[in-house]
Ligand binder design. Structure first.
Ligand SMILES: NC(=O)c1ccc[n+]([C@@H]2O[C@H](COP(=O)([O-])OP(=O)(O)OC[C@H]3O[C@@H](n4cnc5c(N)ncnc54)[C@H](OP(=O)(O)O)[C@@H]3O)[C@@H](O)[C@H]2O)c1
Length: 247
C-alpha cells in the first residue's frame, strides 16, 4: 500500500509527460506536491488536475539564478523526482561544445546544483528520497544518442554518490532507467525515424512502449517508506526490451 500522506514532494519537469504523471499520482497518494517547469500555462493546467495541496514554481533549470530562487521559495521536502530533461540527436562527428553544454546543463548540471542548494538551505528533511529519471541508453547506446546517453550515465553516477554522502541523514537516492515512454519526447524521437525504423523499434518491445503512469508508479514506490532500504540503485522499466538484446 503506497501512501505519501504527510510528505512534500518536488517534481521537476512537471509541466509535461512523465513529470506531469508523477505529480498527479503523488497528489492522488496524499502528498503535497511542488511542481516546476518553464511553461506557466502547462504548469497551471497540471496544477488544476492535482487532487491535494500543491504549489507551482516557474524556473528554467539551466539558469543558476532561477535554481537559487526556486530553492529559496520551496518548502522543506521529503522527496524529489527529477524529470526535467531534453533529448537531441547529435551524430558524433557533428558534436560541438555548445551541444555538450546544452545537453548536460539541463540533464545533469541542474540535478547537481539543485541537490547541492537544497542541502545548503536545509530544505531536505531527514529520510527524504530522491528519484532521478534516467534512460536505458546510459547503458545501451543508440546511434545519434551519445550526448543524451552520457548525460544520463553521469546522472546515474551522481545519484549513487548522493546515496553514499547523504546516507547518514537517512536520505536515499535512486534512478529509474526508462526505455521509450509515450510523451512529447517520444514524438520528437519518432519524427527522426522512417516508418520502417519506427515499426522495427515498436515491435522490439515485448510489452509495448511505456506510458508516463508506468514511470510514475515506480517513482511513487521509491518515494514511499515501502522502499526505505533501497538506495543507490537503478530500476529498469523497459517493457522487456532488453530481453531481446541479452542473447
Ligand atoms: N519519453 C521517453 O521515452 C523517456 C525515456 C527515458 C527517459 N526519459 C526521461 O524522462 C524525463 C521526462 O521526459 P518526458 O518524456 O516526460 O519529456 P517531455 O514530455 O519532453 O517533458 C520534459 C519536461 O522537462 C522540462 N524542461 C525541459 N527543459 C527545461 C529547463 N531548461 N528548465 C526546466 N524544465 C525543463 C519541460 O518543462 P518546460 O517545457 O515547461 O520547461 C517538461 O516538463 C527526461 O529526463 C527524459 O530524459 C524519457
Amino acid at each position: 500500500m503506497i501512501d505519501l500522506k504527510g510528505k512534500t514532494i518536488l517534481v521537476t519537469g512537471a509541466s509535461a509527460g512523465i513529470g506531469a504523471a508523477v505529480a498527479k499520482l503523488c497528489s492522488d497518494l496524499g502528498a503535497k506536491v511542488c511542481i516546476t517547469g518553464r511553461n506557466m500555462d502547462r504548469l497551471s493546467e497540471v496544477s488544476k488536475q492535482l487532487s491535494n495541496e500543491s504549489e507551482f514554481f516557474q524556473a528554467d533549470l539551466t539558469l543558476e539564478k532561477e535554481i537559487d530562487n526556486l530553492v529559496k521559495a520551496l518548502p522543506c521536502i521529503d522527496g524529489w523526482v527529477h524529470c526535467a530533461g531534453i533529448i537531441e540527436p547529435f551524430p558524433i562527428k557533428f558534436i560541438q561544445s555548445k551541444h555538450i553544454k546544452s545537453m548536460f546543463t539541463i540533464n545533469f548540471d541542474s540535478a547537481c546544483l539543485l541537490t547541492s542548494k537544497l542541502m545548503q538551505l536545509k530544505k531536505i528533511n531527514s529520510s527524504a528520497s530522491f528519484v532521478f529519471i534516467s534512460s536505458i541508453s546510459a547503458q545501451h547506446p543508440y546511434k545519434g544518442g551519445s550526448l543524451y546517453a552520457a548525460s544520463k550515465a553521469a546522472l546515474e553516477s551522481f545519484s549513487r554518490s548522493i546515496a553514499l554522502e547523504f546516507s547518514s541523514k537517512g536520505v536515499r537516492s535512486n534512478c529509474i532507467s526508462a526505455a521509450l515512454v509515450e510523451t512529447e519526447m517520444f514524438e520528437k524521437t519518432k519524427n527522426a525515424l522512417s516508418e520502417t525504423e519506427l515499426l522495427g523499434i515498436l515491435s522490439s518491445y515485448p510489452l509495448g512502449i511505456g506510458k508516463p503512469m508506468d514511470v510514475a508508479h515506480a517513482s511513487a514506490f521509491l518515494l514511499s517508506n515501502q522502499s526505505s532500504w533501497m538506495t543507490g540503485t537503478n530500476i529498469t522499466l523497459d517493457g522487456g526490451l532488453l530481453l531481446n538484446t541479452k542473447k
